[in-house]
Write a protein that binds this ligand. Structure first.
Ligand code: ZN
Length: 138
């Protein structure tokens, strides 16, 4: 994504484009991907950036609150930031720690429970956990 494309996204989501935020967002929004905060911090380090961990965490929280990125919680201690914000589902490989997308049209529900009184459906997110098969050679 170009710098001007990034800045217009910040504008669209009402995010003040500080240099650090632009740096963090440019890594995450480089292509469709799922990155943890630690992976983003690692990429910033490799790129020679001096952005602090706290700034990365704060910026990612802000981005997901504003809708620029999506949070995907795979378990209580593992959170990913998803550059793809339109509705879709995920496979999570518990062995490799990899998260991958499932197009929304590939999951359909035959029946869904009635919603609790006074509520409406906001979204449905499916996380299918997989592990590597042990009966395969290699
Ligand atoms: Zn995704």
């Amino acid at each position: 994504m170009t710098r001007s494309g990034l800045l217009s996204l910040f504008d669209k989501y009402g995010i003040l484009p500080t240099p650090q935020r632009v740096e963090i967002a440019s890594i995450l929004l480089e292509r469709p991907q799922h990155l943890s905060a630690d992976q983003i911090i690692e990429r910033l380090r490799v790129a020679g950036s001096g952005v602090s961990k706290a700034t990365v965490y704060n910026s990612l929280n802000l981005f997901s609150k504003c809708g620029l990125v999506r949070e995907v919680m795979v378990d209580p201690v593992r959170k990913f930031y998803d550059s793809t914000t339109h509705p879709h589902h995920h496979f999570y490989n518990v062995d490799s720690g990899e998260l991958s997308d499932i197009p929304v049209e590939q999951v359909c529900f035959e029946d869904l429970p009635d919603l609790p009184d006074g509520t409406e459906r906001e979204s449905i997110e499916v996380l299918i956990k997989v592990r590597d098969r042990t009966d395969q050679p290699g």
